[in-house]
Write a protein that binds this ligand. Structure first.
Ligand SMILES: Nc1ncnc2c1ncn2[C@@H]1O[C@H](COP(=O)(O)OP(=O)(O)OP(=O)(O)O)[C@@H](O)[C@H]1O
Ligand SMILES: [Mg+2]
Length: 424
């Protein structure tokens, strides 16, 4: 009954294929070999449990399967694509399209209703509000929470919270669900409820499930159990008759307090990244600068050459035009790079990052030039003298004004990025 003979042979049936995958961490001199030359093939529709002692490499393998990390060596094919060798941004696109994640600590947004939590992945894809609501409601009904749409996580039991997390993972219809210790925070009954749900999803919808667990009872529900030790797969066993979680549940005596809520574990960095949309692509900054310079150039040419207007309105109009083109370029560029619209979190970071680094740098350079270079007397000199006087007389007031100015600029840029953020 060991595995090799029973592994799928036909290439096109494989959803996951790891070949000779190693993962090493360099921890200041000593090398941790978390995965060593692992070969693993998983076909569409399998339900695989990964077990093994603590530190055996289970989470490391899940991070690689989930495209959250890259192998040090070896290849990883997911749905026929070589994702191991892809760069971060295109890995993120594959991840968003193919994989649903379920975490031990649920990682729901706490002040947000079940419905809104489940809508979130659709929001990232720019699905329209009405359609979002329809699909999120259907996903919550599918996990048996149709009557809890407007509850926030602290108004739900642990098992119910994990079911909201499952609905969130399902709402984009991914062919693959990855779950790292999904029942680690739950009692026996609630674990079985979650397992029964996962088994039903696997059986009825053909969703492939890979689940890490420490508990033998949970692993017994899978159709295949892969055991890891010291970064290697030491056994791979198919279970002809997996335990039926729903039947086990029916046989359990009734719990006295089914609503007991376990402590929420802290959100993992990976989950937090997934919720916030991940890092903003660095290339967005130079692209926005280019957009700004082009926009200002066009405005200056138009106003100066065609309208023949004078200095002040000239500069102001060019600034406004530059802001608009920059936001337009930035929003489009992020959409192009990530394969989905920027999240609000990403738009805030982009507006703030650009203002502090690029704009801050430009103003700094300008001030340095005004101080260092013996410029001829010009219209700006009066302004410069007033700034120096203000700095001498009321440094706090000046600092407050600068701060408010920066905040307004960040807000304006965020609003413009939001305006130009593509719907999908
Ligand atoms: N970011 C990292 N840097 C250095 N070493 C790491 C890192 N992540 C994991 N490791 C090491 O790699 C090995 C495998 O860790 P991993 O988290 O995959 O184990 P695990 O099987 O999931 O254990 P557990 O179930 O207890 O969490 C361990 O020795 C761990 O200390
Ligand atoms: Mg782990």
């Amino acid at each position: 009954m060991a595995a090799a003979a029973a592994l799928p042979h036909r290439q096109e049936e494989l959803l996951i294929e790891l070949s000779g995958v190693s993962k090493e961490y360099d921890t200041g001199g000593s090398l941790v070999r978390a995965m060593r030359e692992v070969d693993l093939a998983i076909a569409h529709g399998e339900f695989v449990a990964i077990v093994g002692t603590s530190g055996s490499g289970k989470s490391t393998m899940m991070n690689i399967l989930g495209c959250l990390d890259r192998p040090t060596r070896g290849t990883y094919m997911l749905a026929g694509l070589d994702v191991g060798s892809r760069k971060g941004d295109s890995r993120a696109i594959v991840r968003n399209r193919v994989i649903g994640f379920i975490f031990q600590g649920f990682n729901l947004l706490s002040r947000t209703t079940a419905l809104e939590n489940v809508e979130l992945p659709l929001q990232y894809r720019g699905v329209a509000a009405r359609e979002r609501r329809r699909r999120a409601t259907a996903a919550l009904e599918a996990v048996g929470l149709g009557a809890r749409l407007d509850h926030t996580p602290n108004q739900l039991s642990g098992g119910q919270q994990q079911r909201v997390a499952i609905a969130r993972a399902l709402v984009t219809d991914p062919p693959l669900l990855l779950a790292d210790e999904p029942t680690g925070n739950l009692d026996t009954r609630t674990s079985l409820e979650v397992l029964a749900l996962l088994q039903a999803l696997n059986r009825d919808r053909g969703i492939t499930i890979v689940l890490v667990t420490h508990e033998r009872d949970i692993a017994a529900c899978a159709s295949r159990v892969v055991t890891m030790r010291d970064g290697q797969i030491v056994s791979d066993v198919r279970q002809a008759q997996p335990m039926d979680a729903a039947a086990e549940l029916a046989a359990l005596p009734r719990a006295e307090d089914p609503a007991a809520t376990p402590l929420r574990a802290g959100a993992t960095a990976a989950a937090a990244a997934a919720l916030s949309g991940g890092p903003v692509p660095f290339s967005a900054y130079p692209m926005m600068l280019l957009g700004e310079v082009l926009g200002e150039g066009i405005a200056l040419a138009y106003i100066g050459l065609i309208l023949e207007l004078k200095v002040l309105s000239y500069l102001l109009a060019a600034r406004i035009f530059g802001e608009v083109t920059k936001a337009w370029v930035g929003a489009r560029w992020v959409r192009r790079t990530l394969g989905r619209p920027a999240t609000s979190d990403q738009r805030i970071r982009l507006a703030l990052g650009y203002t502090v680094t690029v704009s801050g740098g430009a103003v700094g350079l300008l001030l340095a030039a005004m101080v260092a270079l013996p410029l001829p007397a010009r219209a700006t000199d009066g302004l410069w003298t007033s700034v120096l006087a203000a700095a001498a007389n009321g440094p706090v007031v000046l600092a407050a004004l600068v701060f408010v100015g920066i905040a307004c600029l960040v807000l304006l840029r965020y609003l413009l990025l939001t305006t130009f953020n593509p719907r999908r």
